[in-house]
Design a protein around this ligand. Structure first.
Ligand SMILES: *[C@@H]1O[C@H](CO)[C@@H](O)[C@H](O)[C@H]1NC(C)=O
Ligand SMILES: *[C@@H]1O[C@H](CO)[C@@H](O)[C@H](O)[C@H]1NC(C)=O
Ligand SMILES: *[C@@H]1O[C@H](CO)[C@@H](O)[C@H](O)[C@H]1NC(C)=O
Ligand SMILES: *[C@@H]1O[C@H](CO)[C@@H](O)[C@H](O)[C@H]1NC(C)=O
Ligand SMILES: *[C@@H]1O[C@H](CO)[C@@H](O)[C@H](O)[C@H]1NC(C)=O
Ligand SMILES: *[C@@H]1O[C@H](CO)[C@@H](O)[C@H](O)[C@H]1NC(C)=O
Length: 934
């Protein structure tokens, strides 16, 4: 075999030498021979030699994977999404110099290194290097200046930076038409000016979104510009100078901090088809816009006020999509919009629109597919004429308004119904769920939670063969969960909490193997947890709390390969905790529940009737401030509420995060396998009859925040290994048979003595000192001066149950705080002695500020700490589009570690400008709602 390639080379060489005698030296086939050489030498530098198996010297390169030829010349190479794992220099030396190459696409190909000078083929017109890890200053792109025919250059989603004003500007081919620099690490004020300083007369498409660019944008010299995207940067000064703007069709300046009047700036852009200015700080009435050709307009997430102005009717000839969500508009859908016959998507959510549904106007919009009026003040009963509209919509979202009366039975009366999403949650709907909803045969999401619906769940819903989400929680539904749901193989989410449902979990649900969130808490359900539960491979959240389930906890729960949240509190489960249920620890991949809006109500333990660690509620389309409606049905009064969107916490090595089996009749021992869950935040086994000792392995639960083993029959000592539980903010071991010294646990916390009371001889802090009989030297005595600190980081961690990246930041914050607190205690005492009772306590002179002054002695640490906190807070952002991606967070952490900080303005001064202490900042961001508010 080995001789074959050389044989082939020999033959081809011979062939070419013979032919070049008679033909021109530039014979296409001869160049092919040279190209084989270059392609093979590229393959040979790849770390994985098997990545391109058919790139072999004895084959025609035009048959190589990813290679296209024209007239016997390699003209195009596409190796996108192949993990090449090479530096840019290898690409440059072997591929970019291919004489006839016109197009090279290496998107997401694991290319790193920086761009260096190289010799580029003159025929190259298109180069796509997006989604790699190419780094270095953006000025290195000038190396592409030698590609004199380059028209398309895409280097988006790399890590190019802008270290400052580099003389000369960016030197690229003067015929460049497309330049995409989105999602790099470009920051600073003059980036766009620098990029364009050598002209842009041919440029049609410029994208720099997802960087941190500020300052001005002037594209007035780019006379052919059709597409400009500067979204998601730090622009705040003036909107771009667009010049004559005769070609611009697409303008996106969203997610910046623009404000003021921009109508002059864009008034000349009469060709504009798409305008997105969402997520800025524009305020006041909608200004005049160039509407003539506009097909898509988004003014979302600004501070616009007033009614929808008639001037928008100027766009009605062309407008297909209008998004005014997240402003302060009031009034109603104005009649003139009826003439927008092409309108397909009308999104008016999160404003103050009110009145009855303006059916006359809506019915005129014959092409309407998406109608989103959620989070407004619309009221009244649903008009019968809505049925003329609903069947032809894809999405009807009326959630979080003040609608009342019955849900119309004929929402899908047309046989050609297309309705996929029906959101009516958080209104005042009464009456029964119409059985005829089963006519909505295309329905994927049905969300009727937070209403006053009564009667039973119609069994006809079992014929909705595409249904994925069935959410009916907080109504007054009775009867059984219809067994017909077994025909809905597509079902993923089944949320029925807070109703009056009876009967058992229907066995047919075992066929719904896509189920990932089953929540049936606070009903009157009974029966056993079925053994088939183990067949639900996607099941991530199972909540059965506060029902009348009984029997053993099936070992098969351990077969649920995705289970991260198990809440079984307050039922009649008996038997032992099966060790098998922890079988998946360290192997769980959470792919199923990302991006779901939730609220977690922490049980503050004040109320004896309120059981369990806390309540996780699905909250899509429901106003946070309506949470008090839950308290009418829940014995818990809550002091802490956490909200957010679920996001993956781990890739493939996860474990359960929440395990609450309290208030049952469980007996036997705590299996040592319980210690195998590295991501467990909350463990509550309280109020059972569990006996034996606490296994040492509980000390392996390094992420544990809250541990409640109270009111059992546990005996023996508290394992010294539990001193490794440094994240612990709450513990309750009271009412057991424990004895011996209490080890030091927790990150900042001093636990109340009450949490250890009623045992058989516990001693040591916070209980009285151990006597000579039980002191064993390992008991850690703490100074009495230490007051219980507010468990800020602990609370944040709670709020972030799903968010690993943030937890990472907080662990660092926590470590640092703990170190300081130790130091501080000593300093604080000295301070108190020196100054006595000074009595000058002002609002600012709190403990925190007092110690803050001392901590500022180490400004570098202070900045680093606050930078971590900033990252954490960014992760807590409500608006998904503002939240950093995992990659961005990792990049931020890397920057902090490298000492360069999050942004250049991050000095102590600017941090203090905000006037917040770190504590307030975190509290604000998690919206820790004081009890009084509800
Ligand atoms: C590029 O990636 C390769 C393989 O992943 C690695 O060995 C090399 O150090 C990286 N080079 C740079 C400059 O990061
Ligand atoms: C480059 O690749 C990205 C990602 O695969 C793709 O979205 C884009 O259309 C490509 N651009 C060009 C100019 O080929
Ligand atoms: C926009 O409105 C919000 C809430 O009404 C307010 O907090 C914010 O300061 C306003 N921003 C501007 C730029 O007016
Ligand atoms: C449910 O699954 C069982 C076995 O897995 C199968 O025999 C039965 O036909 C399925 N039922 C439905 C309604 O799909
Ligand atoms: C659990 O309770 C059931 C009745 O609900 C009873 O039959 C069974 O014996 C109990 N098992 C144990 C281990 O106590
Ligand atoms: C909790 O609510 C109950 C009534 O449901 C009330 O009596 C009690 O005082 C409340 N507890 C606290 C701590 O506010």
């Amino acid at each position: 075999m080995k001789i074959f390639p050389s044989f082939f080379l020999f033959v081809t060489t011979l062939f070419f030498s013979v032919f070049s005698l008679s033909l021109q030296a530039s014979s296409p086939s001869q160049s092919l021979y040279r190209e084989i050489h270059q392609l093979i030498s590229f393959r040979n530098v790849l770390p994985d030699k098997n990545l391109l198996p058919d790139w072999s010297p004895d084959k025609n390169p035009c048959t190589f994977h990813g290679v296209t030829c024209k007239e016997d010349k390699v003209t195009s190479i596409d190796l996108s999404s192949k993990p090449l794992n090479v530096g840019f220099s290898a690409v440059a030396s072997s591929l970019l110099s291919l004489a006839g190459l016109e197009s090279l696409s290496l998107s997401n190909s694991h290319i790193n290194g920086s761009i260096s000078d190289f010799k580029c083929s003159a025929s190259l017109t298109s180069l796509n290097l997006s989604r790699n890890t190419i780094s270095g200053p953006v000025s290195t792109l000038s190396s592409f200046g030698s590609c004199i025919g380059l028209k398309h250059l895409n280097v988006s989603s790399n890590t190019l930076d802008f270290p400052g004003n580099i003389p000369g500007g960016l030197k690229l081919s003067s015929s460049l038409e497309v330049l995409d620099l989105s999602t790099n690490s470009l920051s600073g004020a003059n980036v766009v000016g620098w990029i364009l300083s050598n002209g842009c007369s041919e440029l049609k498409h410029l994208a720099v979104s997802g960087n941190k660019i500020s300052g001005d944008v002037d594209v007035s010299r780019c006379v052919n510009l059709e597409f400009l995207d500067i979204s998601s940067n730090n622009f705040s000064t003036s909107v771009p100078s667009l010049g004559a703007c005769s070609a611009l069709q697409h303008l996106d300046i969203s997610a910046n901090k623009f404000s003021g009047d921009f109508s002059n700036a864009i008034s000349a852009c009469t060709e504009l088809k798409s305008l997105n200015i969402s997520g800025n700080q524009f305020a006041g009435a909608i200004p005049s816009l160039p509407l003539k050709s506009l097909e898509y307009l988004s003014l979302a997430e600004n501070n616009f006020t007033g009614e929808i102005p008639e001037l928008l009717s100027g766009a009605c000839g062309t407008l297909a999509g209008l998004d005014l969500s997240g402003n302060e508009f009031h009034g109603t859908v104005p009649p003139f919009l009826a003439s927008c016959h092409l309108l397909e998507s009308l999104v008016l959510s999160s404003n103050n629109f009110s009145g009855e549904l303006p059916m006359d106007t809506l019915l005129e919009m014959r092409g309407l597919k998406v109608l989103d009026l959620s989070f407004n003040e619309f009221s009244g009963e649903l008009p019968e004429s809505l049925t003329n509209l609903s069947a032809s919509l894809l999405t009807l979202d009326l959630s979080s308004n003040n609608f009342s009366g019955p849900i119309l039975p004929n929402l899908c009366r047309s046989p050609k119904t297309t309705l996929r999403e029906l959101y009516l949650q958080n209104n005042g709907f009464t009456g029964k769920i119409p059985a005829t909803l089963s006519n909505c045969s295309e329905l994927v999401s049905l969300h009727l939670s937070f209403n006053y619906l009564s009667g039973t769940i119609p069994s006809s819903l079992g014929s909705l063969s595409k249904l994925r989400d069935l959410k009916l929680w907080l109504n007054m539904l009775q009867g059984e969960i219809p067994k017909e749901l077994m025909y809905v193989n597509t079902l993923e989410t089944l949320i029925l909490d807070f109703n009056y449902l009876t009967g058992e979990i229907p066995s047919g649900l075992s066929n719904c193997t896509n189920l990932n969130w089953i929540s049936l808490s606070n009903n009157r359900l009974t029966g056993q947890i079925p053994r088939w539960i183990g067949r639900l491979e996607s099941l991530a959240i199972l909540k059965l709390s506060n029902n009348s389930f009984y029997g053993n906890i099936p070992a098969e729960l351990g077969d649920c390969r995705s289970l991260i949240w198990l809440d079984l509190n307050t039922n009649y489960f008996n038997g032992t905790i099966p060790a098998e249920m922890f079988k998946q620890s360290g192997k769980i991949a959470v792919n199923f529940i990302a991006g779901k809006r939730y609220v977690y109500i922490k049980n503050d333990g004040m109320n004896k009737e309120c059981h369990g660690a806390g309540n996780l509620l699905e909250f899509q389309g429901i106003r946070w401030e309506q949470l008090n409606r839950v308290s009418t049905r829940n014995p818990c009064n809550f002091t802490r509420v956490y909200k957010g969107h679920t996001s993956p916490t781990f890739d493939n090595n996860g474990s359960m995060m929440f395990l609450d089996m309290s208030y049952n009749m469980l007996s036997g021992y705590i299996p040592k396998e319980i210690g195998s869950m590295p991501y467990l935040f909350i463990l509550n086994l309280g109020h059972n009859s569990i006996s034996g000792s606490i296994p040492d392995e509980v000390g392996d639960l390094r992420g544990l925040n809250i541990l409640d083993l109270s009111s059992n029959k546990l005996d023996g000592r508290i394992p010294q290994a539990m001193s490794a539980l440094t994240m612990l903010t709450e513990i309750d071991l009271s009412n057991n048979l424990l004895s011996g010294p209490i080890p030091e646990m927790g990150q900042f916390e001093t636990f109340s003595p009450v949490k250890f009371l009623n045992n058989s001889g516990l001693c040591g802090y916070p209980l009285p000192r151990c006597g000579p009989a039980n002191a064993d030297g390992s008991a850690h005595q703490r100074s009495h001066g230490r007051k219980p600190a507010s468990s800020v980081a602990g609370s944040v961690a709670m709020g972030l149950l799903f968010s690993f990246v943030c937890i990472f930041g907080l662990i660092l914050v926590g470590r640092e705080m703990k170190k300081r607190r130790r130091k501080k205690e000593a300093e604080l005492e000295m301070y108190a002695e020196g100054h006595g009772n000074s009595g000058d306590r002002t609002g600012n002179n709190t403990n925190w500020k007092l110690t803050g002054a001392k901590e500022a002695l180490n400004p570098a640490l202070e900045i680093e700490l606050l930078q971590h906190l900033k990252v954490a807070v960014a992760c807590l952002e409500d608006r998904a589009w503002k939240r950093p991606t995992i990659l961005q967070v990792i990049a931020m952490f890397k920057k902090i570690q490298a000492g360069s900080g999050l942004d250049s303005q991050s000095t102590i001064g600017s941090i203090e400008d905000g006037g917040f202490s770190t504590v307030e900042m975190v509290d604000m961001s998690i919206k820790e709602v004081p009890e009084g508010k509800f």
